[in-house]
Design a protein around this ligand. Structure first.
Ligand code: ATP
Ligand code: MG
Length: 356
């Protein structure tokens, strides 16, 4: 099918507050797209059903984080007049679509998904893996396809999900001889350093489930404390020692967040990040100095977000109302997609009614 309209869909699991990895990996892209405004429709989905696939006993955690994530979006600058924030569990058509799609995907294929593989390892699932968890990439395909999405802004870990979705589109079209879904494409941040922000512990990915995050809502002293404790370079003991930039969390964050103008404001002895890196590598630049610089940059980003959050927290009802209203509308759109799917599959039984 030709992708004639630009429909954007992206989302997050409500397993915790959003962190700075989400900011650079996905929210910054969303804000830029929102600003550009060249789309037909823009959805952000809070994936509570998906979050339950590895949190079945923790419904309270997931439920409570729905509002937290919604507040994080709005505080970070998502404009509810331009973007529909929707709640997955309130759109039952998504689950029905997933049932049909699951028949087009093999268990072997699901087991090969590299992101899921890594997550299974992290969570220590061996024989205890819930079937729903293995299948969550299929439910993610439903989220994307239900709204005819063409552009999906994500971090790097989501590329296998997009590939799986594209395979489902091809398989559905071939199996049922139809052409109803546009082919979605992933949109990664331009800056490579933002594709997968490392955790403050040096772990490969900052992730809510690993607890190695700087959250958008963290108070200034907590942000500073986390930065001061961040993993840098164990061989860089004295200031005069040569340091390593590779694998150094502070430089990974500077790569993602630092712009030349930050030097003028906070560290005028240098003009850009390359100069700072060169000095660190040859020795004579201490960790405290680079950490304080990073702290200034992040505080500048997070201070207005925190202030907006405090305002939004005063009227949470309004946010719940928005979520429920948007989800009702989205359910109608997904219902129409489901109708087309069932028609393609021959499951529109009304046609057998004699008196029709
Ligand atoms: P969980 O640990 O529960 O899976 P998460 O921190 O991985 O949570 P998700 O809700 O799974 O967050 O991801 C939401 C979006 O944010 C995805 O597009 C994902 O690619 C992006 N994202 C998450 N973590 C990072 C990160 N560290 N760097 C860049 N992008 C990220
Ligand atoms: Mg994740």
């Amino acid at each position: 099918m030709k992708n004639s309209q630009k429909i954007i869909l992206t989302g997050d699991r409500p397993t915790g507050n959003l962190h700075i990895g989400h900011y650079v990996g996905s929210i910054a892209n969303r804000l830029a797209l929102q600003q550009k405004g060249d789309f037909e429709k823009f959805y952000i989905l809070i994936a509570d059903t998906q979050a339950l696939t590895d949190n079945a006993e923790n419904v309270d955690k997931v439920k409570n984080n729905v509002i937290q994530v919604a507040i994080d979006y709005l505080a970070a600058g998502i404009d509810p007049d331009k973007v529909d924030i929707i709640l997955q569990s309130q759109i039952p058509e998504l689950a029905e679509m997933t049932m049909y799609f699951m028949n087009l995907v093999t268990v072997a294929r699901l087991n090969r998904n590299p992101t899921v593989k890594e997550e299974i390892k992290q969570r220590g699932f061996s024989t205890s893996m819930p079937a729903g968890f293995l299948c969550y990439p299929v439910s993610q395909a439903s989220d994307i396809l239900a709204f005819g999405s063409t552009v999906v802004p994500v971090g790097e870990d989501q590329l296998p999900m997009l590939e799986q979705t594209r395979e489902i589109v091809r398989s559905f079209h071939n199996t049922y001889n139809c052409d109803i879904f546009p082919m979605p494409t992933a949109l990664l941040p331009e800056n490579k350093a933002c594709h997968r922000l490392v955790g403050i512990d040096g772990n490969a990915k900052m992730s809510k489930s690993l607890g190695n995050c700087i959250y958008l809502k963290d108070e200034p002293d907590i942000v500073k404390q986390k930065i001061m404790n961040a993993y840098t370079d164990p061989t860089h003991v004295k200031v005069s020692d040569p340091g390593h930039v590779e694998g150094n969390v502070v430089f990974a964050y500077l790569d993602a967040f630092c712009k030349d103008e930050h030097f003028k404001k906070f560290l005028p002895e240098y003009t850009n990040l390359d100069e700072l890196k060169a000095h660190y590598s040859r020795g004579g630049l201490g960790d405290v100095k680079i950490k304080l610089f990073l702290n200034n940059i992040l505080q500048e980003l997070l201070t207005p977000i925190r202030a907006k959050r405090a305002e939004l927290e005063k009227d949470v009802d309004k946010i719940y109302e928005m979520l429920l209203n948007n989800s009702k509308k989205a359910s109608k759109v997904a219902g129409e997609t489901l109708r087309k799917m069932k028609h393609a599959m021959g499951l529109d039984y009304e046609k057998f009614l004699k008196n029709k």
